[in-house]
Design a protein around this ligand. Structure first.
Ligand SMILES: Nc1ncnc2c1ncn2[C@@H]1O[C@H](COP(=O)(O)OP(=O)(O)OP(=O)(O)O)[C@@H](O)[C@H]1O
Length: 306
């Protein structure tokens, strides 16, 4: 049985429009399926959790953005129900990361045609000493998280999204945050080695290269078990940060001497002050965090065209 989870708010209604079209197809009408539109934040998580109790013979098809797949993955916990993803959000980095950035109809037909499953290695994070959760794309501390926070709480985000200029939201927020940003003094523990980093702008851990709607934050990040790719930016001037963000779309920012790329199996980050943190595009604050790969991968349907 196929369970469709559609976020009607994703991509300003794009996910809903995609599903309305798929629903009219003969292929959809021939399926044993059930569908749910999410009604509030957290609803996709609840639906996925409900089906994870009896997973046999079920597949979930998510139509939404990064926030929706984040919820579904957290709702599934350690239960492996195959998941197909049709990007219907505004950023859609997860779709780029798993190689599912195709036309919705093509993806839908592929899900039904193939028995192939790909493992996608998601990450675990624990903020302060709270309950651990999962991230699908990235988790970032500092400057980038503050930009996402500013953008998500701005009045201009909705207006710019509605005229398909969503990317401008982050550029406006970047300039606003840059004006007063104070770099952080942080403690990192990377695979049991301790480092004190002064004037740190950001630390980002990613499961694949894509971020912020197509930027290549860690261009060579490979999705694999156990290893987490890490980017650290520190000791950089404000002007250089602007130059750096112009190059991040191509991924050439990694050439700046203030940018370090590492790989580890576990990272702990700590600060005496609250740090902004973004997890798959949602923000909060914390003083400590632990990050590693989850031992159980997400089982993804039909990411590769034959
Ligand atoms: N009916 C609803 N009303 C309001 N919010 C909802 C509803 N259903 C889901 N949500 C919330 O909408 C948020 C945004 O969804 P999502 O991230 O999938 O779309 P997006 O922001 O357009 O895409 P992207 O994250 O790829 O840019 C999710 O965090 C989810 O909790």
């Amino acid at each position: 049985m196929y369970i469709f989870i559609i976020n009607p708010k994703a991509g300003n209604g794009r996910a809903s429009r995609i599903f309305s079209r798929l629903k009219k197809s003969k292929l959809y009408q021939s399926l044993d399926c059930i569908y749910y539109y999410t009604s509030y934040p957290g609803h996709a998580l609840e639906i996925a959790r409900r089906f994870s109790i009896e997973p046999n013979g079920k597949s979930i098809i998510v139509i939404g953005g990064d926030g929706t797949i984040h919820e579904v993955v957290n709702g599934l916990g350690s239960v492996q129900i195959p998941v197909g993803f049709i990007p219907g959000g505004s950023g859609n980095d997860f779709a780029r990361g798993i190689g599912a950035y195709d036309h919705p109809k093509t993806l839908f037909e592929r899900f039904l045609r193939t028995e192939d499953r790909e493992s996608f290695w998601i990450g675990d994070y624990q903020l302060n000493h709270n309950q651990p959760n999962k991230y699908v794309n990235s988790i970032g501390f500092g400057f980038d998280a503050q930009i996402v926070h500013k953008a998500n709480h701005s009045l201009y985000k909705k207006a710019l999204n509605s005229i398909r200029l969503g990317k401008l939201t982050y550029i406006v927020a970047l300039i606003q945050v840059l004006i007063d940003f104070k770099p952080m003094d942080i403690e990192l523990e990377i695979d049991r080695e301790k480092y004190s980093i002064k004037k740190c702008w950001m630390v980002t851990i990613a499961n694949h290269p894509y971020y912020g709607g197509g930027m290549k934050i860690i261009p060579k990040a490979i999705n694999q078990p156990e290893k987490i790719p890490i980017l650290i930016i520190h000791n950089i001037s404000k002007w250089k940060v602007l130059a750096l963000f112009l190059t991040v779309f191509k991924g050439t920012h990694v050439k700046f001497k203030e940018v370090e790329i590492l790989e580890a199996s576990q990272l702990t980050i700590g600060s005496h002050l609250d740090m902004y943190v973004q997890i798959d595009g949602e923000t909060t604050t914390c003083r400590t965090a632990k990050i590693k790969k989850n031992n159980i991968p997400l089982s993804i349907i039909g990411t590769k065209s034959e």
